[in-house]
Design a binder for this molecule. Sequence first.
Ligand SMILES: *Cc1c(COP(=O)(O)O)cnc(C)c1O
Length: 315
Amino acid sequence: MPVVLPDWAPRAPLQPLPLDWAQVAGVELAVLRLDLLDPLISGNKWFKLSHHLAAAQACGADGVISLGGAHSNHLHALAAAGKRFAFNTVGLLRGHPQQTPTVSDLQAFGMQLHWLGYAGYRARHATDFWLPWQAQYPHFYTLPEGGGGLSGALGCMCLVQQVREQLPALGWDDYDAWWLAAGTGTTLAGLLLGEAAARPVHAALAVPADHGVEQQVQAIVQAAGQAVGRYHLHDACRGGFARVDDALLAFMQASEVASGIALEPLYTAKALMALRQQVEAGYFARGSRLVFVHTGGLQGRAAALLQHTDVTRLH
Ligand SMILES: *Cc1c(COP(=O)(O)O)cnc(C)c1O
């Protein structure tokens, strides 16, 4: 079944986000809900994929093959798109077979899974890595970098337009800055391309500072032939990617109750917590209006919480 995408351009709702710590500081928050795109497909990973899927369709591919871990939000979005639009997907997984909520979804969406082990997965950048997979799945579009790079960023550019279109309904005539979680910085780069230096973009790093986000962002924006624009990176990883601590979970739970919006601990809760720290430190002037991006990832929420031993206290 060839990849055929209908004219589907989901819009993320922009909603008020009234949180007491922001109100005390005179900062107005709105949240762009990428978690609410569609019942199956959600999160920034859809936008990062969209240009790749268009390319797969343009070259008449019979399906899409990509790789990721057992909690991969990227594979989840790809498998969901395959289910939704009836094209074949293949996922090459890091490590040995395990059943996570994400893996269960991948299977339910009909993605064909292959577990590569750890060494096998590490070999993914080798020149001959794809040969056997291309032989097994001829005419499949290969997506080696998990939706990153310029293509991924171009798919995220439209978020800027989506926010602008929804400002009147929010009662805002403008906004001052963006705040979002960053892993590779691809989504951040997409917002920079969309803003073209009009407004600053603040990224809360879900990974340690030495993960090369800065270089990645600059490479993408330069590959697009643009000046890099205004952005700021804030440390938000709390000791490492996927590290979860009690203070984070307490903050996440309180925020979920106050906002009625579910978060997950690895990206969205860390980003919001880092935002609170900056707001309370007076980093944003009174009267500032900020757009916080809910980047999704909720299907991994339960597993991320289970890995933390204090999970029982939350339920
Ligand atoms: C992947 C992911 C991010 C990070 O996106 P990048 O484009 O890699 O910076 C943020 N939030 C969630 C929920 C994600 O799944």
